[in-house]
Design a protein around this ligand. Structure first.
Ligand SMILES: Nc1ncnc2c1ncn2[C@@H]1O[C@H](COP(=O)(O)OP(=O)(O)OP(=O)(O)O)[C@@H](O)[C@H]1O
Ligand SMILES: [Mg+2]
Length: 203
């Protein structure tokens, strides 16, 4: 696909600090790199539809339909925002990506193979980070921000799927149970190490 930039994905449970850390990482990296910080569901057409349907329980769709919509949004987002940024050598940080589909729709009962199949055309990230926070801790953090995805049992199942990919070496784990600034430093050090390994990306 002629990719020139670097594509970094941040994953984790609801309330694990993805948006906090993605924003802190952007601030640190933009001193030396051109950065695009973006997120899923995207602000494109399908992503906007998804975000609206998640606001109300009675608007939720069957899990298969949700998985297909997330995959469709990923493709729209890729062509409209991610790929154009990579083409001009930007470092793209994306808050959630394919591993969110695997973890959430996978733990809701869909086969990981089918989720991978419907996402086969999505661009492969250069590295994917998992901010690991215990399910009990995220529930505590999210007390004020309730949604249908946030029961302890759900969070535990979602984390199990993420951890499988950590074991396989597809996700790089960062301890997210520490104070924000400490997590940010550890994440930055990890990303700099990964960038050093990625040819041509030393600032
Ligand atoms: N390391 C941390 N220690 C304590 N609180 C934190 C930490 N990181 C984030 N928080 C707080 O936890 C809450 C959730 O953080 P944030 O919105 O970054 O998580 P998220 O993973 O993006 O959540 P969501 O999946 O809902 O988008 C916020 O109130 C944030 O200030
Ligand atoms: Mg967030």
């Amino acid at each position: 696909m002629g990719k020139k930039g670097i594509f970094i994905v941040i994953e984790g449970l609801d309330g694990s600090g993805k948006t906090t850390q993605a924003t802190l990482l952007e601030k640190k990296l933009e001193k030396n790199y051109k950065v695009l910080l973006t997120a899923e569901p995207s602000r494109c057409k399908i992503g906007t539809f998804i975000r609206e349907s998640y606001l109300y329980e009675d608007k939720r769709l069957p899990t298969e339909a949700e998985a297909l919509l997330f995959a469709a949004d990923r493709i729209e987002h890729m062509y409209k925002e991610v790929k154009p940024a990579l083409d001009v050598e930007k470092l793209v940080i994306c808050d959630r990506y394919v591993y969110s589909s695997l973890a959430y729709q996978g733990s809701a009962g869909l086969s990981l193979e089918w989720i991978k199949t419907i996402n086969a055309r999505a661009l492969q990230p250069d590295f994917s980070i998992f901010i690991d926070v215990s399910p009990e801790r995220v529930i505590e953090r999210l007390q004020r921000k309730k949604s249908v995805m946030e029961t302890l049992e759900t969070q535990k199942k979602v984390r199990e799927v993420y951890l499988k990919f950590v074991e396989k070496g597809e996700l790089v784990r960062i301890d997210g149970d520490k104070p924000k600034g400490v997590v940010a430093e550890n994440l930055y050090a990890k990303v700099l190490g990964l960038l050093k390994d990625a040819k041509g990306f030393v600032a």
